[in-house]
Design a protein around this ligand. Structure first.
Ligand code: DCM
Ligand code: DCM
Ligand code: ZN
Length: 269
């Protein structure tokens, strides 16, 4: 299921937002359920191919024109398209979510975009140009043909947590990751995850998260370069190295999403 990562980051965020953020967002998103964020997390993907939503299609990624595996880097001027990228999208929709002149439905839409784009910003191949973020790279997974982008969007997570109803599986995964953040493997590093969060400069914050994520492209996505991975079976050794990285990115995205939404709501009130 393509939306598993997004749903999971939103469930994690809902475990860390303040009670006033929760109350504000539940009202804005018109939901009193525990999945009030999870169920809007993939909305941005559902509108990007529609006529009215087409203007958002380049908002989901930034095409870093770097050279993995020798060098990984992101340059805003070089890499953000004229039509926008995930950096400008996160900044613009954060601004909109803070704009008291906008009607509630527009602030709700902006919040849905923020929730989605924080997630996209944490997927390594959404911070890489090579073959349209890996979409043009054919690989094998359990003997079948997939593209590399799909492997990082879906296959790795599905193998890690198992198949099932997306919301149930995501909720379970989010609970495990929340525990790791609170008192497990991530407890000591979670504070550092917020070190680059600067609510005075939205684009600088997004760029810092993008650079961190892009560096994973050289280390874990193309450890031997884009050509070497073509046709390779990735569900074995490659998966073993990639899965903990993907899991940490999902945890970071959820934890940062909560902190970002807290800042938005604090400032808006
Ligand atoms: N997707 C979709 N509808 C959803 C969730 C996901 O169509 N509710 C698809 C759109 C993209 C892919 O999943 O092709 C992943 O998109 P992204 O990585 O930008 O989130
Ligand atoms: N994508 C990306 N980088 C690109 C183009 C697309 O990261 N240069 C992402 C957006 C979707 C997925 O790949 O998650 C599939 O995109 P599309 O349906 O536009 O091929
Ligand atoms: Zn997206």
């Amino acid at each position: 299921e393509e939306c598993l990562g997004h749903i999971t980051t939103a469930y994690i965020a809902s475990n860390f937002v303040s009670s006033s953020t929760e109350a504000y967002l539940k009202q804005l998103l018109r939901s009193n359920e525990s999945d009030y964020m999870a169920k809007v997390a993939s909305w941005a993907d559902s509108i990007r191919y529609t006529k009215w939503g087409r203007f958002t299609s380049t908002f989901h990624f930034i095409d870093a024109h770097d050279n993995p595996p020798e060098s990984c880097n992101v340059d805003f001027e070089r890499d953000c398209k004229e039509t926008g990228c995930v950096i400008t999208a996160l900044a613009n929709y954060t601004e909109q979510s803070l704009d008291p002149a906008l009607p509630a439905w527009r602030r709700a839409q902006a919040a849905k975009f923020v929730i989605h784009f924080v997630g996209d910003l944490h997927q390594p191949l959404h911070n890489e140009d090579v073959s349209r973020g890996g979409n043009g790279i054919h690989v094998k997974w359990d003997g079948r043909d997939y593209n590399l982008h799909h492997v990082w969007d879906s296959s790795i997570a599905e193998k890690l947590i198992g198949r099932g109803k997306p919301y149930l599986v995501a909720e379970k995964w989010s609970a495990a990751l929340t525990e790791k953040i609170v008192g497990g493997a991530y407890a000591d590093e979670k504070e550092a995850w917020l070190a680059d969060l600067d609510f005075g400069d939205f684009e600088a914050t997004a760029m810092a998260w993008s650079r961190e994520c892009n560096s994973l492209v050289c280390q874990y996505v193309f450890p031997e370069g884009p050509k070497a991975i073509v046709g390779q079976e990735l569900s074995g050794e490659y998966y073993e190295k990639a899965a903990p990285i993907l899991e940490k990115q999902v945890a970071r995205a959820g934890y940062r999403m909560a902190a970002w939404l807290d800042r938005i709501v604090d400032e808006y009130k």
